[in-house]
Design a protein around this ligand. Structure first.
Ligand code: ZN
Length: 131
């Protein structure tokens, strides 16, 4: 149940687009929150390089205002890494295909629908971040 090249590049474009708009939002949030010095970090990051340095660097800042965004950015970076190593679209839990339709709606999905449901049942308490 591997993805075709066309499906894969369509999802890759979607991930790129999400990544760039997330970075924009992070940049805005940092500018508004007097963390101007960190804006530089984003301006220096090549948004289309697909390396994990930006997400890691932002996570190191440990700022609550961008916490959710950083998690999403790192999810996207992880998805790009899976595209690169050929494991994208494969469920990390059962090894089955995640399915193009599901990935289209949720391109950073790591699990197929049934494994995700199982995971959420097991880790339900993690679904309520304190803000
Ligand atoms: Zn699965």
């Amino acid at each position: 149940m591997a993805l075709t090249n066309i499906q894969c590049s369509k999802l890759e474009r979607k991930l790129d687009h999400q990544y760039k708009s997330l970075l924009e939002e992070v940049r805005d949030a940092l500018e508004k929150s007097e963390n101007q010095q960190y804006v530089e970090l984003i301006d220096m990051a090549p948004a289309d390089s697909g390396d994990q340095a930006t997400g890691d660097a932002l996570a190191d800042l440990n700022l609550a205002i961008i916490d959710r965004h950083v998690r999403e950015l790192r999810d996207i970076e992880a998805s790009r890494a899976r595209i690169a190593d050929g494991s994208f679209g494969t469920c990390t839990d059962c090894g089955g295909g995640i399915g193009f339709e599901r990935l289209l709606a949720y391109p950073t999905a790591k699990r197929c629908f049934s494994c995700q449901r199982q995971h959420e049942k097991t880790y339900a308490h993690e679904g309520n971040p304190k803000l």
